[in-house]
Ligand binder design. Structure first.
Ligand code: FE
Length: 211
């Protein structure tokens, strides 16, 4: 097995199961394509599906439940790990997940400055930009500017909290529930919670029909 360049930092406790997995996955992928068993397009579409549908929907369900149920939300914020484990969200890349809450005056945003740690069981695979060195370094140094580039313009009085994920702990943002969603069911709410809102680079928008 080759050495992963991402490991060349001095953070002892920062293990990288994902890089070993991705090296293995790449090897298997190449073999399958070479043998003509699957096309690279088929693999891309599976990855795409995992990135945009399967993963984030889990997180979205948790967020919607927290919006609907104050007791659940309180427990979720106080002891994310236990509550998420009860719901079956744990395992690879999800051993220790903490939920952080946005408010009128606080916007939380998640990154991994060293590599690409991410709460897989709740959000699926990280988007490409999350793994880019530019995002990982700039979100810490100039979060307000980076969020603006994502289309999220915050007032000067909004405090931005940047959470640096690691193998020990990964974060997910509990976005603010938008007004105009009072009559929506938990299932309907889960449908409007986006991946980006749970990373903290976007707000949840009210669907047009409810405006
Ligand atoms: Fe990482």
């Amino acid at each position: 097995m080759t050495t992963n360049k991402q490991h060349h930092h001095s953070h002892d406790h920062h293990h990288h199961p994902e890089s070993q997995w991705s090296a293995k996955a790449k090897a298997i992928e190449s073999l399958l394509i070479e043998k003509g068993i699957v096309s690279s397009d088929a693999i891309s579409s599976v990855v795409q599906r995992y990135e945009t549908n399967i993963g984030p929907m889990h997180g979205a369900k948790v967020i919607a439940k927290a919006w609907k149920d104050p007791d659940f939300k309180k427990r979720l914020l106080e002891d994310s790990e236990t509550v998420l484990r009860e719901l079956g969200y744990f395992g690879l890349q999800g051993e220790h997940i903490k939920v952080v809450e946005n408010t009128e005056t606080v916007q939380n945003v998640v990154c991994c400055t060293l590599c690409s740690c991410y709460p897989w069981p709740l959000l699926g695979l990280p988007p490409a930009w999350y793994k880019e060195p530019a995002y990982r370094s700039r979100i810490v140094k100039e979060p307000r500017k980076v969020l603006k580039e994502f289309g999220l313009e915050l007032s000067d009085s909004t405090e931005i909290r940047v959470w640096d994920s690691s193998a020990e702990i990964r974060y997910i943002v509990l976005p603010q529930r938008p007004s105009g969603t009072e009559n929506m069911t938990e299932e309907e709410l889960a449908e409007i919670v986006t991946r980006d809102s749970m990373i903290g680079v976007a707000k949840v928008e009210v669907p047009m029909a409810n405006v």
